[in-house]
Design a protein around this ligand. Structure first.
Ligand SMILES: C[S@@+](CC[C@H](N)C(=O)[O-])C[C@H]1O[C@@H](n2cnc3c(N)ncnc32)[C@H](O)[C@@H]1O
Length: 277
């Protein structure tokens, strides 16, 4: 038998800058306990099955596997989401997009689409906040959509629709008051792709052409055909892509074009309004 304190102590060499936090998350997962339980009972002896599972998780973490893949869970907007190797692991900076979307002037029964929904993080967060809006998440990955649907059911948000679609291809006849999206936006040869969690995430969720701007440009160009007059488009992008996305939106006739910074102070979300006709 080994104590909680000893098990956490042997994880100091985990990669990344959050070794202790990662160890706590993994031990909670293996022991099926809360973080407050760990803090309250550091001397508690842990059974050998739990300790063995935890040590296997530490070994995988030392090889670089993301903590979210080891637990199968990631918290986003206070929702516990299932994630796996077919979905992007939702990032805290994407919560800036959710906050902005909830501040926009929208009709009571707004039609909302999430472009490239992955685990469903953005659209499920919005649905958890607005009972009367209508929600659709699309993705070109059937495996990601299976995770998104499962998340919707587990969270009691079955009213969110999820559809397989190559961007607007499967929803050609539909119109929306609000479009949100966190499309792939990393350059093909970006060295970060060989580092950290990115190594284990699906490349189709990450890479977008040589300069990382291909999908952002496509969505900006197509969006007006699917937006009601006065509707809004909000897109997440790389921290150095704000200027390019603002220019794309302005060039396509959007008004009120603005960029918001994420919690690290980096330009991250750019959006605009489709002017009334
Ligand atoms: C950066 S991930 C974002 C996932 C999720 N929205 C989030 O923020 O955690 C981009 C998503 O876009 C999807 N995607 C890539 N190309 C697509 C396309 N042509 N049509 C629809 N979805 C696409 C990927 O499968 C992936 O789930």
């Amino acid at each position: 038998m080994t104590s909680v304190r000893e098990l956490l102590h042997c994880a100091a060499d985990l990669p990344g800058d959050s070794a202790l936090r990662d160890a706590e998350v993994l031990l909670c997962h293996c022991a099926d306990k809360s973080r407050s339980w760990l803090y309250a009972w550091p001397e508690c002896e842990v059974g050998s099955a739990v300790a063995d599972h935890y040590r296997r998780c530490l070994a995988a973490r030392r090889l670089g596997h993301p903590v979210a893949h080891l637990t199968g869970r990631r918290e986003f907007w206070s929702l516990e989401l299932e994630v796996n190797a077919h979905t992007l692991i939702p990032r805290p900076e994407t919560e800036t997009l959710v906050e902005w979307a909830l501040q926009l002037p929208m009709p009571e029964d707004a039609q909302v689409i999430d472009l490239g929904t992955g685990s469903g993080a953005i659209i499920l967060a919005l649905a958890s906040e607005r009972d009367n809006w209508h929600f659709l998440g699309v993705d070109s990955s059937a495996m990601a959509l299976a995770v998104a649907r499962s998340n919707g059911q587990r969270l009691g948000l079955e009213r969110v629709r999820f559809e397989l679609s190559d961007w607007f291809g499967g929803v050609a006849e539909e119109r929306f008051h609000l479009m949100v999206g966190n499309p792939p936006y990393i350059e093909q040869h970006d060295p970060h792709l060989g580092m950290g969690d990115l190594r284990f995430e699906p490349t189709e969720a990450l890479i977008s052409g040589a300069a990382g701007l291909a999908d952002l440009a496509y969505l900006v160009n197509k969006a007006p055909e699917h937006l009601f007059p006065g509707g809004w488009l909000l897109l997440e992008h790389g921290f150095e892509q704000g200027d390019a996305v603002r220019q794309q939106l302005q060039g396509r006739g959007f008004t009120d074009v603005q960029t918001r910074k994420d919690i690290s102070g980096q330009e991250r979300i750019t959006g605009g309004c489709r002017g009334a006709e």
